[in-house]
Write a protein that binds this ligand. Structure first.
Ligand code: E4P
Length: 214
């Protein structure tokens, strides 16, 4: 399973890249807004340090606007993936981008039926938002199970990118279900490292090492 980091903060991205386990980056307008920088500045910073797929979202909601913004984003760097919302215009744009050889990440997916539409349009990635489903008392991970099964049934090439991840068990469960990618906020990536027995074990090893004759 590929690990993407879900942030537009360049320092957090650099840290994840330095660990050698970051396969790509996802951003959205809210994450860009948090940086306090212009979109162009954020794009430039991220493109400089990331070689894997970088999802950059269009903000236009009509087909022509999405095409114009998406084409411009795709020109920035070869690894840019144009993120489009799961709307009728978004699905139409996804098909058009695919036909032009531009990679897409269809975002704001909340059902298996929506994921089927994205696959039919030739999307490179589908982003089901599992945390936001959990927030409204729906089992987010259940749609990952459905989407993975459906895509396998028909050999769709669209990759299942688990998004809106809130804790390490979301990551583990996504891996268990065979999702292709999990994008996670840096705080979740950080928590994946942690286990109290690792800390206790390391402290004991270092203490015992002190008694070894030097
Ligand atoms: C990913 O592409 C999404 O932008 C992101 O995971 C949304 O997460 P949130 O529900 O925590 O905002």
């Amino acid at each position: 399973m590929k690990f993407f980091v879900d942030t537009a903060d360049i320092n957090q991205i650099k840290e994840a890249v330095a660990w050698g386990i970051c396969d790509g980056v996802t951003t959205n307008p809210s994450l860009v807004a948090k940086t306090g920088k212009s979109f162009d500045a954020v794009i430039e910073e991220i493109c400089e340090v990331v070689d894997g797929p970088i999802s950059l979202e269009v903000t236009a909601t009509d087909f022509d606007g999405m095409m114009e913004q998406g084409r411009a984003l795709a020109k920035t760097k070869d690894n840019v993936v144009v993120k489009v919302p799961l709307t009728k215009d978004g699905i139409r744009a996804t098909r058009a981008f695919t036909d032009e050889g531009i990679k897409t990440n269809v975002t704001l997916c909340f059902s298996a039926g929506q994921a089927l539409l994205a696959a039919k349009a030739g999307a490179s990635y589908i982003s089901p938002f599992i945390g936001r489903l959990d927030d409204v008392s729906n089992e987010g991970m259940a749609i990952i199970d459905d989407i993975v099964t459906i895509y396998r049934n028909y050999e769709f090439t669209t990759e299942v990118l688990v998004a809106s991840v809130r804790h390490p068990m979301h990551v583990v469960e996504a891996a268990r279900l065979g999702a292709d990618v999990c994008t996670m906020p840096p705080a979740v990536l950080d928590k994946l490292f942690k286990h109290p027995l690792t800390d206790i074990g390391l402290a004991r090893f270092l203490k015992d090492w002190e008694s070894v004759p030097k």
